[in-house]
Design a protein around this ligand. Sequence first.
Ligand code: ZN
Length: 249
Amino acid sequence: MDPNVQIIIKKLIELQLLDRELVESERKHRENPRKVSELEEKIRSQREKIESEKELLKNLELEQHQKENDLKYREDKTKRVEAKIRAVRTGKEYQALLREIALTKKENNEIEEQLIRRMEELEQIRMGLVGQEEALKKGEVEVLAEIQKLQQDVEGIEVQIDRLQAQRAVITVGLQKTMLERYRRIRDRVSWNVVIEVKGGICQGCFVNVPPQLFNEVIRSDSLYQCPNCQRIIFYDGGNPGGRTPEAG
Ligand SMILES: [Zn+2]
Protein backbone atom coordinates (compact mmCIF):
# COMPACT_ATOMS: atom_id res chain seq x y z
CA MET A 1 0.00 0.00 0.00
CA ASP A 2 1.47 3.31 -1.14
CA PRO A 3 0.67 6.07 1.37
CA ASN A 4 1.08 8.65 -1.41
CA VAL A 5 -1.74 7.01 -3.34
CA GLN A 6 -3.91 7.24 -0.23
CA ILE A 7 -3.07 10.94 0.16
CA ILE A 8 -3.83 11.68 -3.49
CA ILE A 9 -7.16 9.85 -3.28
CA LYS A 10 -8.07 11.66 -0.07
CA LYS A 11 -7.25 15.00 -1.66
CA LEU A 12 -9.17 14.16 -4.83
CA ILE A 13 -12.22 13.23 -2.78
CA GLU A 14 -12.01 16.54 -0.91
CA LEU A 15 -11.62 18.28 -4.24
CA GLN A 16 -14.67 16.67 -5.79
CA LEU A 17 -16.83 17.49 -2.76
CA LEU A 18 -15.69 21.07 -2.98
CA ASP A 19 -16.23 21.23 -6.73
CA ARG A 20 -19.73 19.95 -6.27
CA GLU A 21 -20.46 22.82 -3.87
CA LEU A 22 -18.75 25.23 -6.23
CA VAL A 23 -20.82 24.12 -9.24
CA GLU A 24 -24.00 24.45 -7.17
CA SER A 25 -23.03 27.94 -5.94
CA GLU A 26 -22.13 29.05 -9.44
CA ARG A 27 -25.46 27.75 -10.72
CA LYS A 28 -27.30 29.81 -8.08
CA HIS A 29 -25.12 32.79 -8.90
CA ARG A 30 -26.21 32.54 -12.53
CA GLU A 31 -29.84 31.75 -11.78
CA ASN A 32 -30.68 34.48 -9.28
CA PRO A 33 -30.25 37.39 -11.71
CA ARG A 34 -32.34 35.44 -14.22
CA LYS A 35 -35.08 34.96 -11.59
CA VAL A 36 -34.91 38.69 -10.79
CA SER A 37 -35.47 39.65 -14.45
CA GLU A 38 -38.33 37.16 -14.68
CA LEU A 39 -40.02 38.76 -11.68
CA GLU A 40 -39.46 42.26 -13.05
CA GLU A 41 -40.87 41.16 -16.39
CA LYS A 42 -43.94 39.68 -14.68
CA ILE A 43 -44.75 42.99 -12.98
CA ARG A 44 -43.97 44.99 -16.11
CA SER A 45 -46.32 42.93 -18.29
CA GLN A 46 -49.12 43.18 -15.69
CA ARG A 47 -48.69 46.93 -15.58
CA GLU A 48 -48.71 47.12 -19.38
CA LYS A 49 -51.90 45.07 -19.49
CA ILE A 50 -53.61 47.48 -17.07
CA GLU A 51 -52.33 50.50 -19.00
CA SER A 52 -53.68 49.18 -22.29
CA GLU A 53 -57.05 48.41 -20.68
CA LYS A 54 -57.13 51.95 -19.29
CA GLU A 55 -56.42 53.29 -22.75
CA LEU A 56 -59.25 51.18 -24.14
CA LEU A 57 -61.59 52.43 -21.41
CA LYS A 58 -60.66 56.01 -22.23
CA ASN A 59 -61.62 55.48 -25.86
CA LEU A 60 -64.90 53.83 -24.88
CA GLU A 61 -65.70 56.72 -22.53
CA LEU A 62 -65.01 59.20 -25.29
CA GLU A 63 -67.25 57.27 -27.65
CA GLN A 64 -69.96 57.20 -24.98
CA HIS A 65 -69.63 60.93 -24.46
CA GLN A 66 -70.03 61.58 -28.19
CA LYS A 67 -73.12 59.39 -28.34
CA GLU A 68 -74.61 61.24 -25.37
CA ASN A 69 -74.02 64.52 -27.20
CA ASP A 70 -75.65 63.10 -30.32
CA LEU A 71 -78.66 62.05 -28.30
CA LYS A 72 -78.93 65.47 -26.73
CA TYR A 73 -78.86 67.02 -30.20
CA ARG A 74 -81.62 64.66 -31.37
CA GLU A 75 -83.74 65.46 -28.30
CA ASP A 76 -83.33 69.20 -28.84
CA LYS A 77 -84.30 68.74 -32.43
CA THR A 78 -87.42 66.84 -31.39
CA LYS A 79 -88.35 69.66 -28.99
CA ARG A 80 -88.01 72.15 -31.80
CA VAL A 81 -90.31 70.06 -34.01
CA GLU A 82 -92.82 69.82 -31.12
CA ALA A 83 -92.79 73.60 -30.77
CA LYS A 84 -93.39 73.90 -34.47
CA ILE A 85 -96.32 71.48 -34.36
CA ARG A 86 -98.10 73.58 -31.77
CA ALA A 87 -98.25 76.34 -34.36
CA VAL A 88 -99.58 74.12 -37.16
CA ARG A 89 -102.17 71.75 -35.54
CA THR A 90 -103.96 71.01 -38.85
CA GLY A 91 -103.62 69.37 -42.22
CA LYS A 92 -101.24 66.98 -43.90
CA GLU A 93 -98.12 68.66 -42.62
CA TYR A 94 -99.40 68.29 -39.06
CA GLN A 95 -99.90 64.53 -39.52
CA ALA A 96 -96.48 64.19 -41.06
CA LEU A 97 -94.85 66.03 -38.17
CA LEU A 98 -96.70 63.91 -35.63
CA ARG A 99 -95.34 60.76 -37.29
CA GLU A 100 -91.85 62.23 -37.41
CA ILE A 101 -91.96 63.08 -33.71
CA ALA A 102 -93.23 59.64 -32.77
CA LEU A 103 -90.51 57.97 -34.80
CA THR A 104 -87.74 60.19 -33.47
CA LYS A 105 -88.86 59.71 -29.86
CA LYS A 106 -88.88 55.96 -30.34
CA GLU A 107 -85.36 56.07 -31.76
CA ASN A 108 -84.20 58.38 -28.99
CA ASN A 109 -85.52 55.97 -26.39
CA GLU A 110 -83.65 53.11 -28.00
CA ILE A 111 -80.43 55.11 -28.09
CA GLU A 112 -80.90 56.08 -24.46
CA GLU A 113 -81.37 52.46 -23.44
CA GLN A 114 -78.21 51.49 -25.32
CA LEU A 115 -76.30 54.28 -23.61
CA ILE A 116 -77.48 53.16 -20.17
CA ARG A 117 -76.43 49.58 -20.88
CA ARG A 118 -73.05 50.83 -22.11
CA MET A 119 -72.64 53.00 -19.02
CA GLU A 120 -73.13 49.93 -16.84
CA GLU A 121 -70.57 48.01 -18.88
CA LEU A 122 -68.08 50.85 -18.56
CA GLU A 123 -68.64 50.92 -14.81
CA GLN A 124 -67.83 47.18 -14.69
CA ILE A 125 -64.61 47.78 -16.62
CA ARG A 126 -63.69 50.63 -14.26
CA MET A 127 -64.29 48.47 -11.18
CA GLY A 128 -62.29 45.63 -12.75
CA LEU A 129 -59.38 47.99 -13.33
CA VAL A 130 -59.49 49.24 -9.74
CA GLY A 131 -59.29 45.61 -8.58
CA GLN A 132 -56.44 44.84 -10.94
CA GLU A 133 -54.49 47.89 -9.83
CA GLU A 134 -54.89 46.96 -6.18
CA ALA A 135 -53.72 43.42 -6.92
CA LEU A 136 -50.75 44.79 -8.84
CA LYS A 137 -49.74 47.10 -5.99
CA LYS A 138 -49.90 44.21 -3.55
CA GLY A 139 -48.02 41.96 -5.99
CA GLU A 140 -45.35 44.60 -6.49
CA VAL A 141 -44.61 44.79 -2.77
CA GLU A 142 -44.21 41.00 -2.62
CA VAL A 143 -42.13 40.81 -5.77
CA LEU A 144 -39.85 43.64 -4.63
CA ALA A 145 -39.22 41.80 -1.36
CA GLU A 146 -38.45 38.64 -3.31
CA ILE A 147 -36.10 40.51 -5.65
CA GLN A 148 -34.32 42.06 -2.69
CA LYS A 149 -33.88 38.63 -1.12
CA LEU A 150 -32.51 37.16 -4.36
CA GLN A 151 -30.06 40.05 -4.67
CA GLN A 152 -28.91 39.65 -1.09
CA ASP A 153 -28.49 35.92 -1.73
CA VAL A 154 -26.21 36.74 -4.66
CA GLU A 155 -23.91 38.64 -2.31
CA GLY A 156 -23.84 35.66 0.06
CA ILE A 157 -23.17 33.27 -2.82
CA GLU A 158 -20.27 35.42 -4.00
CA VAL A 159 -18.69 35.23 -0.56
CA GLN A 160 -19.27 31.46 -0.60
CA ILE A 161 -17.67 31.08 -4.05
CA ASP A 162 -14.61 33.06 -2.93
CA ARG A 163 -14.29 30.87 0.15
CA LEU A 164 -14.63 27.64 -1.87
CA GLN A 165 -12.07 28.81 -4.42
CA ALA A 166 -9.62 29.64 -1.64
CA GLN A 167 -10.17 26.17 -0.16
CA ARG A 168 -9.71 24.64 -3.59
CA ALA A 169 -6.39 26.39 -4.01
CA VAL A 170 -5.24 24.92 -0.68
CA ILE A 171 -6.32 21.37 -1.59
CA THR A 172 -4.74 21.43 -5.04
CA VAL A 173 -1.37 22.51 -3.67
CA GLY A 174 -0.13 18.96 -3.12
CA LEU A 175 -1.50 17.63 -6.39
CA GLN A 176 0.55 17.45 -9.57
CA LYS A 177 -0.59 19.36 -12.63
CA THR A 178 -0.98 16.15 -14.65
CA MET A 179 -3.11 14.71 -11.86
CA LEU A 180 -5.37 17.78 -11.89
CA GLU A 181 -5.67 17.58 -15.64
CA ARG A 182 -6.59 13.93 -15.38
CA TYR A 183 -9.19 14.81 -12.74
CA ARG A 184 -10.64 17.55 -14.95
CA ARG A 185 -10.82 15.28 -18.01
CA ILE A 186 -12.74 12.64 -16.06
CA ARG A 187 -14.98 15.26 -14.49
CA ASP A 188 -15.86 16.66 -17.93
CA ARG A 189 -16.88 13.14 -18.88
CA VAL A 190 -18.80 11.97 -15.82
CA SER A 191 -19.70 15.24 -14.01
CA TRP A 192 -19.86 13.67 -10.53
CA ASN A 193 -17.80 11.22 -8.48
CA VAL A 194 -14.53 11.42 -10.33
CA VAL A 195 -13.11 9.30 -7.51
CA ILE A 196 -15.26 6.39 -6.47
CA GLU A 197 -15.09 3.31 -4.32
CA VAL A 198 -15.05 -0.26 -5.63
CA LYS A 199 -17.24 -2.47 -3.44
CA GLY A 200 -17.24 -6.24 -3.86
CA GLY A 201 -15.51 -5.82 -7.21
CA ILE A 202 -18.16 -3.43 -8.51
CA CYS A 203 -17.40 0.17 -9.46
CA GLN A 204 -19.85 2.34 -7.52
CA GLY A 205 -19.80 4.95 -10.26
CA CYS A 206 -21.09 2.86 -13.14
CA PHE A 207 -22.05 -0.35 -11.27
CA VAL A 208 -20.07 -2.56 -13.60
CA ASN A 209 -17.67 -5.30 -12.36
CA VAL A 210 -14.03 -4.42 -12.66
CA PRO A 211 -11.83 -7.32 -13.86
CA PRO A 212 -10.68 -9.47 -10.84
CA GLN A 213 -7.00 -8.81 -11.55
CA LEU A 214 -7.61 -5.05 -11.50
CA PHE A 215 -9.71 -5.34 -8.33
CA ASN A 216 -6.78 -7.06 -6.61
CA GLU A 217 -4.49 -4.23 -7.69
CA VAL A 218 -6.95 -1.64 -6.45
CA ILE A 219 -7.02 -3.42 -3.07
CA ARG A 220 -3.22 -3.38 -2.95
CA SER A 221 -3.47 0.33 -3.64
CA ASP A 222 0.08 0.90 -4.82
CA SER A 223 -0.97 2.98 -7.79
CA LEU A 224 -3.95 5.00 -9.06
CA TYR A 225 -6.36 2.98 -11.19
CA GLN A 226 -9.33 3.91 -13.35
CA CYS A 227 -12.48 1.92 -13.97
CA PRO A 228 -12.15 0.44 -17.49
CA ASN A 229 -15.84 1.10 -18.07
CA CYS A 230 -16.44 4.68 -16.82
CA GLN A 231 -12.82 5.89 -16.43
CA ARG A 232 -13.42 7.08 -12.85
CA ILE A 233 -10.49 6.83 -10.45
CA ILE A 234 -11.30 3.87 -8.23
CA PHE A 235 -10.21 2.99 -4.69
CA TYR A 236 -10.88 0.26 -2.18
CA ASP A 237 -11.92 1.22 1.34
CA GLY A 238 -10.62 -1.80 3.24
CA GLY A 239 -13.96 -3.57 3.19
CA ASN A 240 -15.61 -0.80 5.18
CA PRO A 241 -19.28 -1.06 4.26
CA GLY A 242 -19.82 2.65 4.91
CA GLY A 243 -17.29 3.55 2.26
CA ARG A 244 -15.38 6.08 4.32
CA THR A 245 -12.88 8.42 2.85
CA PRO A 246 -9.56 6.56 3.14
CA GLU A 247 -7.25 7.99 5.77
CA ALA A 248 -3.84 9.15 4.72
CA GLY A 249 -0.85 6.99 5.77
ZN1 ZN B 1 -17.02 2.52 -13.40
